[in-house]
Structures are given as C-alpha cells and as structure tokens.
Design a protein around this ligand. Structure first.
Ligand code: F6P
Length: 319
C-alpha cells in the first residue's frame, strides 16, 4: 500500500508526531509512505517525496510540519480532478491521509470522496472548532503554550500590584482556545466572539478584581471585535495600567504536548487500520473522550459552540 500525506490549511502541533508514528507502523508492515510538499498545489506541481522512519522520526516532537502546507484552492480549478488523479497514479498512490481544519474537512474531503480517491481526514487545528469531533490535533499544545505565558504573568502580577493583564489567544473567529485556557488558568474574566459582553460590566469586574488581589487577568480570543483596542479601552475605562500579551503565531508553533502526541499516535493507528481495511472515506474523531474512526464524511453535525456553562462560571465567579 502506498499512502500519501497532505497538509492543507494552518499547521498545528502534532502533525509531525502523526507522520512519525504512521511511517514507523506502515513501513514495519511493508507499506510505503509519501508526503506532499505544499498541500494539493504541491501534488499538482509534482512535489511528492518518500517518507521513511530515518527521515521523519527526528521530527516527531517538533512543532509545525515537516510537510509544507498550502491554502491555495487549486482543487477548484477546471480539470483539477484529472490533474490530481494523474499525479497520484503517476506515483502509484493508493490513498491519501489529509491533515486539515474545518474548511479542509468541509470542502476538500467531499471532493476527494466524489472523485473516488480513498482518504482519511485528520481534524487538525489549534482552534478546536470542527463539528463532529470533540478534540482536534494541536489544541492541547496551544493551551499548554498559553499556560507558560500565564504563569509568568501571574508571577509578576503577584509581585507588583495595580495592573490589569490581558492575554490574547489565537482561535480565528472562535473562542474555544480562549475559554479553555481561561478556565484552566483561573482567569478573572474571559471574552470570546460567540458571546457578547458589556463594557461597563467588564470595567467594573476588572476594577473590583484589582482591588481584591492587586491585579486581574483577562483572557480573550483574537476574534472578539474589540481585540486590537481592548487594552487601551480598558485603561480609559478603569484608569488602571493595562499590560497586554498577544500569543500570536508562537502559539500555533507550540511544542506538541503529551495530549497531542497521544492523540497523534491514535490518529496514526486508526488511519492505518482503516486504510488496511479498505475504508474509502473516513475521519478520525474524538467522541466521549475516545479517539475512533468515523466512516464516511464528517457532515451534518451542528456547529459547536464554546461551553456557555464554563463561560458563565468564569465570568460569574467572584474570586
Ligand atoms: O489555523 C488556525 C489559525 O491559527 C487561527 O487560530 C488563526 O486565526 C489563523 O489560523 C491564522 O492564520 P494565518 O496567519 O495562517 O493566515
């Protein structure tokens, strides 16, 4: 069996771990593994290379992705189907394993399925916003990365008082990352794009928290409308020093955590087994905490929302 890995869209911690686990497993069984450099655009440009344990094992714990990704919508082009199937058959590729976020699984997987290309999708994004799975590859590492920054903020916040700290996480237009991080870190308030908030409420809450503890920690997603001006706004409303930290893309390039490495190992095994079993379209998902293979496309699941319960608890608790 000759399997091709493709990364489409934003990279995420854990991709290299999957590549290493899968390559070790497949080659031990006499199967061959390949990687596309540059997503589907790379395949169409003939950029397909063999992956071996000797090559990829040293990458297992590295951030980012050994395989270059791409967001070029080349599959929308006329004759993309012919060009893609020709490129795959040119390398005698039997099937594809696809790393991708919401857009990739929603648009690319159905296309490959319609074109008769066997494909297993691996939900991969730090944003954790894919309907039909509870956890995406990369999310756990992105949370862990934020805790390192927060530990530093809490240390200085405790030592020198009278400051409000804002911490902006990635997450695109979703708040899963910010909410989970705020919850785990015991933040004094959290703001996410999915739930509106009131400026006066926020100012009062932060002022009260500084009065009580000497500092306050507000975690917010990059996707809230006021994200870029929030620190200045809060200073105007409260007259308390505001110090903002933006995790930015350093968060996406976080070192893979234990949780993501363990998920990566499950993804590799489940994908390999599915392809050996002749599954033509599938996605590795996490349901009730358990990684498993979802046969067929991941369609028809209602969009997920960050937990309103956690949101209300973080913003409701007076600590
Ligand atoms: O992959 C998801 C994500 O990292 C979001 O959290 C972020 O908003 C976005 O991608 C940034 O994308 P880029 O900088 O690659 O356009």
């Amino acid at each position: 069996m000759r399997t091709l890995f493709v990364v489409s869209g934003g990279d995420a911690p854990g991709i290299n771990t999957v590549l290493a686990h899968y390559t070790a497993l497949a080659t031990a069984h006499g199967d061959e593994v390949f990687g596309a450099q540059g997503g589907f655009a790379g395949i169409l440009a003939g950029q397909i290379e063999p992956l071996t344990p000797a090559l990829i094992t040293p990458w297992a714990g590295q951030s980012g992705s050994y395989l270059l990704s791409s967001r070029d919508p080349v599959l929308k082009q006329a004759e993309a189907r012919e060009r893609l199937t020709a490129a795959l058959s040119g390398h005698a590729i039997d099937n594809v394993i696809l790393f991708g976020g919401d857009g990739t699984l929603r648009y690319v997987s159905p296309l490959l399925s319609e074109w008769g290309i066997p494909c297993i999708g691996l939900p991969t994004t730090i944003d954790n916003d894919i309907a039909g799975t509870e956890q995406t590859l990369g999310f756990d590492s992105a949370c862990n990365y934020a805790y390192q920054a927060i530990d530093g903020i809490l240390a200085t916040g405790h030592a020198l008082h009278n400051r409000i700290f804002t911490l902006e996480t990635l997450g695109g237009n979703t708040g899963f990352l910010a909410l989970e991080i705020a919850w785990g870190a015991g933040a004094h308030a959290v703001l996410v794009p999915e739930y509106p908030y009131d400026n006066d409420w926020l100012a009062e809450r932060l002022k009260r928290t500084v009065g009580r503890h000497g500092y306050a920690l507000l975690v917010h997603s990059e996707g809230i409308p006021a994200s870029r001006t929030l620190a200045e706004d809060i200073f105007k409303w409260t007259d308390i020093r505001v110090r903002d930290t933006r995790l930015g893309h350093a968060q996406r390039g976080a070192k893979p955590s234990h949780g993501d490495r363990a998920l990566a190992a499950h993804m590799a095994r489940l994908a390999y087994q599915a392809l050996r079993d002749g599954v033509r379209t599938g996605t590795v998902v996490v349901r009730q905490g358990k990684p498993l293979l979802h046969e067929g496309l991941l369609q028809g699941y209602p969009a997920r929302l960050p937990s309103r319960d956690l949101y209300d608890q973080i913003n409701g608790d007076e600590r």
